[in-house]
Design a protein around this ligand. Structure first.
Ligand code: ATP
Ligand code: MG
Length: 258
């Protein structure tokens, strides 16, 4: 059964949710071959929290992230971020909304090889001509320092380690001051040292910049950096755990019995 104890229980967060999902379904194909990747998911994410999304392979984690991040259209239901229902936007508006409000970190870093680290970080601004608001330049410099990228800024991705490339991708997502940053297995390609670095930086970005981060992970060690844990099973939310213990997360992953 679905069990949701939403972070709206946290003080001061009941009114302004970072993201709210209602009745979200995604079906691939139809008839006998239809795959119900998401089955009427409801999910509320409070702002300024770091949420890990866990669950077995094929449970719908990436599909949920893609629908929430406006990269894929759900079959049914709504996704509301910053007060806007993404499902009501046409493609152009959705593209603008993504640019202005959302950040993504994918397992493949999606860095442009011919640009330096700094140029990659500033890409959302330079590519789209988006104007920097007051304080944005300073915040980007701060992100660069928090991520420990200062001395790698003039290097191209090919001259950076996997962990450094991933940090550049994260800096790019954070630089745009997104309302919500989505990360799908951001440490999947990294060794344990680089993973710990990246996770600590995501953690700090929540603590120091007040970002809202949602991260898919298979790793209990990675989930331990998050505040809250959403466990998916078979296209539905099995549990939404607020500040759970490791044992509680393990229990939810094993079968969800309380
Ligand atoms: N484009 C697609 N066409 C058809 N089926 C798809 C498509 N994308 C995903 N699916 C199916 O939807 C279900 C959910 O997939 P999804 O990628 O969301 O799982 P996941 O939880 O991210 O898994 P993993 O941990 O392996 O990344 C799976 O059964 C998958 O095969
Ligand atoms: Mg996936």
């Amino acid at each position: 059964m679905t069990s949701t104890s939403t972070p709206s229980l946290l003080p001061g967060t009941s009114r302004t949710l970072a993201a709210s999902v209602r009745g979200l379904s995604k079906t691939y194909g139809d008839g006998d071959t239809a795959v119900h990747a998401l089955r009427s998911v409801d999910l509320d994410l409070a702002p300024g929290r770091f949420t890990a999304v866990m669950g077995p392979s094929g449970s719908g984690k990436s599909t949920l992230m893609h629908c929430m991040a406006g990269l894929d259209r759900p079959t049914e239901g709504s996704v509301t971020i910053a007060g806007v229902d993404l499902t009501t936007l046409d493609d152009d508006r959705l593209t603008h909304f993504r640019r202005d409000h959302l950040g993504f970190v994918f397992q493949a870093f999606n860095l442009l090889p011919m640009l330096t680290a700094r140029q990659n970080i500033l890409l959302p601004f330079e590519l789209t001509g988006r104007r920097m608001e007051d304080g944005t330049a300073e915040r980007i410099e701060q992100v660069i320092d928090v991520l420990g990228l200062r001395d790698r800024l003039d290097h191209r991705p090919g001259e950076l380690s996997g962990g450094q490339q991933q940090r550049v991708a994260i800096a790019r997502a954070l630089a745009a001051d997104a309302d919500v940053v989505f990360a799908d297995e951001p440490t999947g390609n990294l060794d344990s040292t680089a993973s710990a670095e990246v996770l600590a930086f995501l953690r700090r970005s929540v603590a120091e910049f007040g970002h809202t981060v949602v991260m898919v992970t298979h790793e209990m060690d990675a989930a331990a950096y998050a505040d809250d844990v959403v466990v998916l099973a078979d296209g539905g939310i099995r549990e939404h755990l607020v500040a759970p213990s490791r044992a509680r997360v393990a229990q939810a992953l094993e079968g969800g019995a309380r």
